[in-house]
Design a protein around this ligand. Structure first.
Ligand SMILES: Cc1cc2nc3c(=O)[nH]c(=O)nc-3n(C[C@H](O)[C@H](O)[C@H](O)COP(=O)(O)O)c2cc1C
Length: 437
């Protein structure tokens, strides 16, 4: 088969696994990490590029001004720290990329640089950092601020932050560790130097006090949606993760990011853009449709959907009428791209209809048999031009072993049979795996 393979990632978090539905084996208590270790092993058998561990830093009160709905339905929390989870996954796998989310708001750059270098070594060169600037005021309050800086400033700070981290990662020359038994020298001090970084927002002396990362620096993953965010991603990322927004929207997003990369002097093929999808699979199309309907027709579906959108936009959607269109076009200092994809301004759809549309996460044709969905994914990629998909669980659902099985033992083999997905790994580091094709 002459089809071009595309890249596959999976967007999840170290959070509650499915515990409310049939076939969940008493889920809801994943805190020893073994559920996600099992998931990563299944993904590695299916030759995914990477598992991405999302993270946010608050328990939301955005929907209705209270944590009630969030804690009741475990929405956006509770969740556990992604870095120990990344280490566990790294130790249990040999080829899969391991990406964890760390916010530039939350970590001093020195700590971040050291953490990423440590994780890259534990993961033997397969670690990636999902660079986020945080979009929720409640998270800012957890770190001693009254509210978030505006988006433009957050990205200006992130530019400087990443530059500082790069200098720290380069503060050890790659061959600084000599382990020379004849002289009893572990590291050559002439190859480990301070950086004396002084920027507008950050200052650090350096050098880093850990050995260099196997990849030199971790792979960079980013999800900029706004024009400023896209610019940051285009200049920084090895892989970009983006919400789906119809086939034309995917193509426009990819073309825009690649044009920005070229304008900034980067080879656009160094950036792999993965679009978020949540396929719903069944033995037959009817079975898949029935599964989808069971999720979207659940009595609490809209409440969960709106609580989730509220949390990432800091807008209280409880105040709007479910059976009317939104009264105005909404804006946020949080995730504007996700808000725009959700509100579909100008279509006149009611809020209830907008919630329903979220189930397919912005791309239709992904409810069916593995063969049908694989066919559709191939068509979409052919039209968009590349680079791949980021699987995630269906909207408002928790992740289950059964869903992991549907994807890894159903969908991926169907993609592989079409030549659309990798059947074996040929590289050892995450950055090389991303650049393999
Ligand atoms: C697939 C995907 C995953 C994301 N993961 C996180 C995350 O783990 N933590 C976080 O704070 N923000 C996350 N975001 C938000 C992005 O970092 C970014 O703020 C958002 O896409 C909006 O873009 P903008 O910042 O340019 O407005 C994610 C976004 C997408 C599309």
């Amino acid at each position: 088969m002459s089809a071009k393979p595309f890249h596959l990632g999976w967007f999840t978090n170290f959070a509650v696994d499915e515990w409310t539905r049939t076939f969940t084996g008493g889920g809801g208590d994943p805190w020893d990490g073994q559920f996600y270790v099992d998931m990563a092993r299944a993904m590695e058998r299916a030759c995914f590029d990477y598992i991405m561990l999302e993270d946010t830093l608050m328990i939301s009160e955005a929907y209705g001004g209270t944590t009630e709905v969030y804690l009741k339905h475990n929405i956006m929390g509770p969740k556990a720290d992604p870095s120990p989870m990344a280490a566990l996954i790294g130790a249990a796998t040999t080829h899969l990329g391991v990406v964890a989310t760390f916010s530039t708001m939350a970590y001093p750059p020195f700590m971040l640089a050291r953490l990423c270098a440590t994780l890259d070594n534990i993961c033997k060169g397969r670690f990636g950092w999902n660079i986020v600037t945080t979009g929720e005021d409640l998270a800012a309050e957890n770190f001693g601020m009254d509210k978030l800086p505006p988006r433009q400033q957050r990205y200006d700070m992130a530019d400087e932050y990443v530059e500082l981290c790069k200098q720290l990662w380069a503060s050890w020359e790659p061959d600084a560790v000599v382990r020379d038994l004849s002289t009893g020298t572990y590291a050559d001090y002439t190859k480990v130097k301070p950086i004396h970084f002084k920027g507008t927002y950050y200052k650090s002396r350096g050098p880093l006090n850990c050995v260099p990362a196997i990849q030199g620096r971790p792979a960079f993953v980013q999800a900029g949606g706004s024009p400023r965010g896209r610019q940051f991603a285009a200049m920084t990322a090895d892989s970009i993760i983006a919400p789906s927004m119809g086939v034309a929207g995917l193509k426009a997003y990819r073309d825009d990011v690649r044009a920005r990369a070229v304008a900034g002097g980067r080879d656009p093929d160094e950036i792999k853009i993965l679009f978020v999808v949540a396929p719903i699979l069944g033995e037959t199309e009817e079975e898949a449709k029935a599964k989808a309907a069971r999720i979207a027709d659940a009595p609490d579906y809209c409440e969960k959907a709106l609580a989730l959108i509220s949390a990432i936009t800091d807008i209280d959607f409880q105040k709007f009428d479910l059976d009317k269109p939104l009264p105005e076009q909404l804006t946020t200092n949080g995730e504007q791209g996700s808000l725009d994809a959700f509100q579909q301004w100008g279509t006149g759809k009611t809020l209830r209809e907008l919630c329903r549309d979220q189930l397919s996460r912005g791309l239709d044709g992904l409810v069916g048999t593995p063969e049908q969905v694989a066919e559709r994914m191939g068509e979409v990629m052919a039209e968009v031009g590349g680079d791949g998909f980021l699987i995630t669980r269906p909207f408002t659902s928790n992740i289950s072993r059964q869903y992991i099985l549907d994807i890894c033992e159903g969908l991926v083999p169907a993609l592989q049979r079409r030549g659309l997905a990798r059947t074996r790994y040929t590289k050892s580091t995450l950055r090389e795996t991303l650049r393999e094709f």
